[in-house]
Design a protein around this ligand. Structure first.
Ligand code: ZN
Length: 376
């Protein structure tokens, strides 16, 4: 099989910031700041620590609105390519010919009201939808890293097309050679989890892992990564677990709670750990609303501070106090008595001088729970 090359002129750089999904600012090896196109629109939380090593490719045309493209991330010793749209080319060139030897492959087919990535004509035509997955932690790949209504709609339509004579398939291309298992992401997109599990009897699911070399060559590592849909679907339906709120306080905040020794919170960043034995999604939405009756300590804070981000973790295990302790151990201090009236912890609110989303230790804790501990 011909080697498949995603980029040809890579050079090292480091991440400075990502102001929006399509743009990154990077620093090249001479220290110059460049504006880079980001060819992966996902959340990419695990890659967005300032100083993260990258590979960039400069544009040959001066007409582009950016100086270069961020082609890959150097992550835990591996090259993770960022070209999510290339998943289709990788599927077409390296995976589908192996899954369906000798079949003609036609790209971009409109069937019914949707477009699907590939059609393989035959007595029972095969329809293939390709999804690109870059999120792999603790050897477990998850898709999507942010909720996608389009993903669930596509999968529902594929299930319906199975009843009209098509053989529908979903192929996940995982841009990380460490992936040993795959599942739809119960923490970010519960609807996708229940939808994928529901259509599984009619829709064939495949997941393949791809490795990129520093020179840009891509090869398939495993064409047959095991896919788990039952656990994520059960977690999605149970809608229980815990969440971490990331808050920014810009001016001192008074918290009128008598048990708390120092009711004034100083400006800075805070992480709060809370749980919901049911209605996790609704609890998270409640924290994002400004107008509400103040029930809990955290309600006072979410009205005074900005909630920058919420990380729900769906799990059947009782992990709220465990994750709170892990966050406390890497924080710059905790607010005594806050949010822990029902447990024996000293606090569920932890202080950071700097943005915790730019802190590798914090991001590692989040993904340890999302990819490993949640299965307890
Ligand atoms: Zn606790």
């Amino acid at each position: 099989m011909e080697p498949y090359q995603l980029f040809t002129r890579p050079e090292p750089a480091v991440l400075v910031s990502r102001p929006n999904r399509f743009v990154m600012y990077v620093k090249d090896s001479s220290g110059t700041i460049l504006k880079a196109h980001c060819p992966n629109p996902g959340k990419l939380t695990e890659f967005l620590i300032p100083g993260q090593p990258l590979l960039i490719e400069r544009h040959e045309s001066a007409e582009r609105r950016t100086d270069c493209t961020a082609v890959a991330v150097l992550y835990r010793g591996k090259v993770i390519y960022l070209y999510s749209a290339q998943a289709n080319h990788i599927a077409r060139n390296l995976v589908i010919p192996e899954l369906h030897p000798g079949k003609t492959i036609i790209g971009e087919q409109q069937v019914g009201s949707s477009r699907f990535d590939f059609l393989l004509p035959g007595d029972r035509p095969i329809l293939i939808e390709v999804k690109s997955c870059s999120l792999v932690e603790h050897r477990l790949g998850m898709f999507p890293d942010t909720a996608t209504a389009r993903g669930s709609r596509h999968v529902t339509e594929l299930g319906e097309l199975a009843l009209t004579g098509y053989q529908p398939e979903v192929l996940f291309i995982i841009s990380h050679e460490d992936a040993e298992a795959f599942m739809p992401n119960p923490h970010t997109d519960p609807l996708f989890c229940t939808t994928l599990h529901r259509v599984k009897p009619q829709v064939q699911l495949h997941a393949a892992s791809a490795a990129a070399s520093p020179e840009g060559f891509v090869r398939i590592v495993n064409r047959d990564i095991p896919i788990e849909t039952e656990l994520p679907a059960r977690l999605a339906e149970a809608n229980c677990g815990f969440y971490l709120l990331i808050l920014q306080v810009t001016k001192p905040v008074k918290i009128p709670v008598s048990r708390i020794d120092s009711p004034q919170l100083n400006p800075g960043w805070y992480i709060y750990a809370g749980s919901a034995k049911q209605h996790l999604e609704q609890r998270v939405q409640r924290h994002l609303r400004k107008r509400k009756v103040r029930h809990w300590h955290i309600d006072h804070l979410t009205q005074e501070a900005e909630v920058l981000k919420v990380f729900p973790v769906r799990t059947f295990a009782d992990l709220e106090c465990s994750v709170s302790k892990d966050i406390a151990s890497i924080s710059d201090g905790s607010i005594p008595g806050f949010g822990c009236s029902d447990c024996s912890c000293g606090s569920h609110l932890h202080y950071f001088y700097d943005n915790p989303l730019h802190n590798r230790a914090v991001v590692d804790v989040i993904f340890a729970y999302r990819h490993l501990h949640f299965q307890r």
